[in-house]
Design a binder for this molecule. Structure first.
Ligand code: ADP
Ligand code: MG
Length: 379
C-alpha cells in the first residue's frame, strides 16, 4: 500500500486491529438487533451481511477484558519505542467515553483504584498502571521519563486541557523528522499513576466546564490523551554513547459518529452553516482513500486526521474500538458504524521503533570515522 510515511517493502506490515464493543441494553433500545455468530462475527437482524472483527465484546464484557485484549500487549511495545494509538468510534451514548476514560466519576477513583476494585476504570488508567508495572521491570541502568498531554478538538480548534493559560487555537506543525506535533501543547512530566489520575481529572473538569456552557459540545468534540515514554540507555560509558528510545500511547475518545451520518444528507451550504464535524468526515475519507489505495490521502483536510496521520497508514500500531447500541432503535447508526469499522480493517501500517543515538554519540562516531579516514590516508 502506498502511503505518506515512506515505508519500504522490507518492513513488517501490520493491519489496524478493529474491535467491536456492544453496550448493555437500556429501555430505549427496543428489541435486540444483533445476532452473535462467533466471538469474531456478528450479523444484524434483517440484513444478510456478516461483519467480522479481531474480537467482539458483547454486552457483558468487563472493562479489564477489553483492556487486556486491546491494549495489554502494546504497553511493552510503547516502552520499546513504538507509537501506539487506540481510538473509540461510534454513535453518542454507545460507550466510547466509558471505554477510554472509564465510568463513574473520576473523583471516586483514588481509593478504589488503589485496591484494584475499580471495575469501571477505563483504558487510560489501566494503561497508566500497567505502564508503571512495565517500567519497574526494566534494568536500573535505563533512565526513563514519562510525560502526558491532553487536548480537545472542537469545531476544528485544538484546545489544551492541561494548560492554565488559554492559547487558542493551538497550531499543528511538522517537526524536523516529519512528525506532526501541536505547538505549545503542555507535556507534563509525571512520576506515578496518581500524577496521571490528577491530570486526567484536571482535563476532564476543564472539558466539563466548556461543555455545560455549550449544549452537546462533549459529544461533538474529540479528546486525545497521550502518554509519552522516553528511555535512555547508556551503550558505552567511555564513549558517552546512549540510545534514546521514545514511544507514545495515544488514547482517543472521538465525537459521536451520528454527526457525520446526519450531515451526509445535507447540501454543502447547509453543512457549512451547521458546522458539522469536519474532522470526523475527513477521518472517513482518509480510511476510504487508504483502503482504496488512492494516490491522495486527505490527511491535511482536518485537525484530527493530521494528528492521526501516523496512526492510519503510518508507523504506528493502531487499534479501533467501534461501539454500538444493541437495540433496533439505533439500527441505522449501528449499520453505519459496522460498515465504517469493517472497512478500517483493510488499513495497513508499518510500525517502526523511534530510536536515535544521542548527539554526543553521533559526534563521537563522526570523530572515530574521521580518525580512521586520516589513518588510512597516511598509511
Ligand atoms: P459515549 O461516550 O459513546 O457517548 P458513554 O460512554 O457516555 O457513551 O456511555 C453512555 C452511558 O452508558 C454511560 O452512562 C455509560 O456509563 C454507560 N455504558 C456504556 N457502555 C457501558 C458498558 N459496557 N457497561 C456499563 N455501562 C456502560
Ligand atoms: Mg462520550
Amino acid at each position: 500500500m502506498s502511503n505518506t510515511s515512506g515505508t519500504t517493502k522490507k518492513q513488517k506490515l501490520a493491519p489496524v486491529r478493529v474491535f467491536l464493543r456492544i453496550r448493555p441494553t437500556v429501555e430505549q433500545d427496543g428489541p435486540s438487533a444483533i445476532t452473535y455468530l462467533t466471538p469474531k462475527e456478528i450479523c444484524v437482524k434483517g440484513h444478510s451481511k456478516t461483519y467480522s472483527f479481531d474480537q467482539i465484546f458483547d454486552e457483558k464484557t468487563a472493562q479489564n477484558k477489553v483492556y487486556k485484549t486491546v491494549v495489554g500487549s502494546i504497553i511493552a511495545d510503547v516502552v520499546k519505542g513504538y507509537n501506539c494509538t487506540v481510538f473509540a468510534y461510534g454513535q453518542t451514548g454507545t460507550g466510547k467515553t466509558y471505554t477510554i476514560l472509564g465510568g463513574d466519576t473520576l473523583n471516586s477513583k483514588d481509593e478504589k483504584f488503589n485496591k484494584d476494585e475499580d471495575t469501571d476504570a477505563g483504558i487510560i488508567l489501566r494503561a497508566s498502571k500497567h505502564l508503571y508495572d512495565e517500567l519497574d521491570k526494566i534494568d536500573s541502568s535505563v533512565q526513563y521519563t514519562v510525560t502526558v498531554s491532553f487536548m480537545e478538538i472542537y469545531n476544528e480548534e485544538i484546545r489544551d486541557l492541561l494548560s492554565d493559560k488559554e492559547i487558542l487555537p493551538l497550531r499543528i506543525y511538522e517537526d524536523k523528522t516529519k512528525c506532526v506535533r501541536v505547538k505549545n501543547l503542555q507535556e507534563v512530566t509525571v512520576l506515578n499513576i496518581w500524577d496521571i489520575l490528577n491530570l486526567l481529572k484536571k482535563g476532564c473538569e476543564k472539558r466539563q466546564m466548556a461543555s455545560t456552557l455549550m449544549n452537546n459540545r462533549s459529544s461533538r468534540s474529540h479528546t486525545v490523551f497521550t502518554i509519552n515514554v522516553s528511555t535512555i540507555q547508556t551503550i558505552s560509558v567511555a564513549g558517552n554513547i546512549s540510545n534514546i528510545i521514545c514511544g507514545k500511547l495515544s488514547l482517543i475518545d472521538l465525537a459521536g459518529s451520528e454527526n457525520i451520518a446526519k450531515s451526509g444528507s445535507k447540501d454543502q451550504r447547509a453543512r457549512e452553516a451547521s458546522n458539522i464535524n469536519q474532522s470526523l468526515l475527513t477521518l472517513g475519507r482518509v480510511i476510504k482513500a487508504l483502503v482504496e489505495n488512492s494516490s491522495h490521502v486527505p490527511y491535511r483536510e482536518s485537525k484530527l486526521t493530521r494528528i492521526l496521520q501516523d496512526s492510519l497508514g503510518g508507523k504506528t500500531k493502531t487499534a479501533i474500538i467501534a461501539t454500538i447500541s444493541p437495540g433496533m432503535s439505533s439500527l441505522d447508526e449501528t449499520l453505519n458504524t459496522l460498515d465504517y469499522a469493517f472497512s478500517a480493517r483493510h488499513v495497513t501500517n508499518c510500525p517502526t521503533i523511534n530510536l536515535r543515538t544521542s548527539a554526543t554519540a553521533a559526534a563521537v562516531h563522526e570523530e572515530v570515522m574521521r580518525l580512521k579516514r586520516d589513518l588510512f590516508a597516511t598509511a
